[in-house]
Design a protein around this ligand. Sequence first.
Ligand SMILES: Cc1ncc(COP(=O)(O)O)c(C=O)c1O
Length: 370
Amino acid sequence: MSDTRQSLTTPQPRPAVLAMPEYHPPLAGRSALRLDFNENTFSPSPAVLRRLRQITAEELTIYPEREPVERIVAHHLGLQPGQLILTNGVDEAIHLIACAFLDQGDQAIICTPTFFMYEVSISLMTSGLIRVQTDDTLRFPFQRFLSAITPHTRLIVVASPNNPTGATISRDQLLTIAAAAPQALLLVDEAYFHFHGETVLSDIADVPNLMVARTFSKAYGLANLRIGMLAGNPALIRYLRKVSSPYNVNGVALAVLPEAIADDAYITWYAEQIRIGRERIFAALQDLRIRTWPSAANFVLMDIGPRHQQLCALTRSRGVLLRDRSSDPGCDGYVRITVGVEEHVTLGIAALRESLAEMGWTPAEGRGQA
Ligand SMILES: Cc1ncc(COP(=O)(O)O)c(C=O)c1O
């Protein structure tokens, strides 16, 4: 009865809000080794920490000014200032694009499994979301993806490397997709660029419907400050500036970002740690005869089979968090491990080995790679 009265008196949101999916990442109780969210497991650059300590009380009282820092970041990446906007993480970048470019009835295409926020932001604007599912190889299904494009396609979002698979899409394939859908915006999410090294950033000058997203949450270790960016044709960036709050990026993030990008040596070191750690994790999983997929990112997906939850609970009890990806489409039984710095990889592998031994796990359970 009281529920009915509540629904009579409470204003209702748009039908799209009622229908859209919700994203509730498991954030609680993460005081352990965090190999669950693909974060930097160590620290941002020491130069960032120095700048943070210098932040004054007055700096905190001022509304943040984004544009001077956008000029610095653009220069660092060899872009014009008009080709770039800083955002409150890539999460906000996706949201701004959906708000600016999608209307009800428009079609948007993603490749699943992928980062869930695409679905959230797209569903807020249109019910025309098309999901192209990968097959068992988890490779990008290029031909089927191309076939999904129609004259109603207004937005295409792909991540390369993709999360949670680690799969990549070649530059040729991305440019073919952009050319096949000139009426649509193609967003290439390069959140894991530093662990892969390939990019289409320089193509934004020639491809008018291409946008590239990058985050400072991963290699740079700034997930808590919420800062990312979008690069693209200046005409596209102008629309996003219209939609965005002028204060979308906080002043602490803006203060440290120039320090973070100036310290190339730190990012090179961190990316190298990840490349080495990724190989160690692959070797350990092969030794345990656990099926994996090639990854160009700072994580590896593995097939544990029906006892995926038990494995995550057991590593947690040993102080190591993994991410159960079983509810992602096509990922039943799959668990993801973030690659961190050397000592964290060592702890992660030990927790995996001990937990699997405690479970009496056998390769047959996860269709192991014999
Ligand atoms: C592909 C991808 N894009 C974007 C993000 C989020 O980036 P940000 O922290 O900048 O919002 C993630 C985080 O896991 C991701 O996997």
